[in-house]
Design a binder for this molecule. Structure first.
Ligand code: ATP
Ligand code: SF4
Ligand code: MG
Length: 369
């Protein structure tokens, strides 16, 4: 049975890459020839050395540990990793939505070159919902059950565009709902969230998140709760809106096959660290970090039907658990004494491909095949 690596004629250096995600999960065809021109410009968002701690806990207990992530203008960036790796916390920090028990202990989050963490509350309020928006996995928990859809979708416009008329709001809400492909707009605008299907609610969330035409949308596992057909439609829709408006997207998922369908680049997170980042095809075909390789191996393939799926032994360390300098060491098949003595520094393998591992770029020495 063919694999992505075989079907895309990419050269692979490891069996993990050769076992990549199923060929059926092809990338959604690019509009206008792929990345927008904006994708080549300076990053719209720069998360630099972001460290999030747990209030009242030892300062060595880090929820995220010096995470650095760039998002290009018009780019769709995937963030992938097992449960508890810090994907959501990183993005909640961007949105200034960290729960009370967590705090940013160091780092910066530059949006269009300005640090969100240093801005006044008023400045930040101008940005959230307007220039940066977020959608969540389960729309029912994010929508107000007592408010009609039309009213909720128009809320950001009322908040951010002071002199906007009722008529203009109605026009733009309608346009946004049409853009996300909802049928019978009059009925939808007049409906309450519980009167819509899961897929329709997620489309409403996307309409809400894009009605102000943000520069950046963060989508935290937006399709996990949907069935496969609706998931494919929502992915296609996100990709279309991003390309059409040059909107950057951070797309969080457990699923590398889903990431491959819509993302330009991907960041792999493990235990609160960004351990590998690369253009998506490069990461799938030539993964370098042992964790990325293990993640790729644990993707089910049609050819492995009936066989036991390789799992990554062990677990992601809890925030308060003692860690080795490289937190992946207890699960890593190529860990050495060095990994338990000294934290690895980032290694730039090629333009845009960075890896946090002592063995990165050391060829055969690091091979785990
Ligand atoms: N409010 C909180 N208080 C204490 N610890 C928290 C809190 N929220 C998250 N954490 C911890 O922070 C770590 C990262 O959590 P996060 O929600 O970012 O993971 P995730 O990668 O998004 O996982 P998932 O894929 O399950 O959504 C986890 O160890 C989690 O237990
Ligand atoms: S630094 Fe060492 S333990 Fe960590 S991933 Fe690399 S080889 Fe494995
Ligand atoms: Mg999460």
């Amino acid at each position: 049975m063919s694999t992505i690596a075989e079907n895309t004629a990419f050269r692979s250096h490891s069996s993990a890459a050769r076992q990549s995600v199923p060929a059926a999960d092809r990338k959604i065809p690019a509009e206008n020839g792929g990345k927008t021109e904006k994708a080549e410009q300076a990053p719209i968002l720069r998360i630099q050395n972001l460290t999030v701690g747990l209030r009242g806990a030892d300062s060595s207990h880090l929820v995220t540990d010096h995470v650095s992530i760039d998002v290009g203008a018009g780019e769709i960036l995937g963030i992938v990793g097992e449960s508890g790796c810090g994907k959501t916390v990183t993005n909640l920090a961007v949105m200034d939505l960290l729960p009370q028990s967590l705090y940013v202990s160091s780092g910066s989050i530059l949006f269009r070159g300005k640090d969100l963490l240093q801005m006044s509350t008023k400045e930040r309020q101008q940005i959230y919902g307007n220039d940066i928006s977020m959608i969540y996995q389960e729309p029912l928990t994010s929508l107000n059950p007592l408010q009609k859809i039309g009213r909720q979708v128009g809320e950001s416009l009322r908040l951010h565009e002071r002199n906007i008329s009722k008529e203009e709001i109605a026009v733009r809400v309608r346009r946004s709902l049409e853009e996300v492909g909802l049928p019978d707009i009059d009925r939808i605008m007049d409906a309450y969230p519980h009167q819509l299907s899961g897929g329709q609610r997620q489309r409403v969330m996307i309409a809400m998140a894009t009605v102000c035409r943000p520069d950046l949308m963060i989508a935290d596992e937006p399709t996990t709760a949907l069935d496969v057909t609706v998931q494919a439609q929502v992915l296609r829709l996100l990709h279309h809106i991003s390309r059409r408006h040059g909107m950057s997207v951070i797309f969080i998922s457990h699923d590398l096959a889903v990431i491959r369908q819509i993302c330009d680049r991907v960041v792999v997170m493990y235990a609160g660290q960004a351990v590998e980042s690369a253009p998506v095809e490069e990461l799938l075909c030539t993964p370098e970090h042992p964790y990325t390789k293990a993640l790729l191996r644990s993707i089910p393939l049609p050819s492995s039907k009936g066989a036991d799926l390789p799992v990554i032994p062990g677990h992601v360390p809890a925030v308060n658990e003692k860690r080795d300098p490289c937190p992946f060491a207890p699960r890593c098949p190529v860990a050495s004494a060095l990994c338990r003595e000294k934290a690895p520094a980032p290694v730039l393998l090629s333009e845009g491909h960075e890896v946090l591992c002592h063995m990165a770029g050391r060829g055969k020495e690091a091979a785990d095949d």
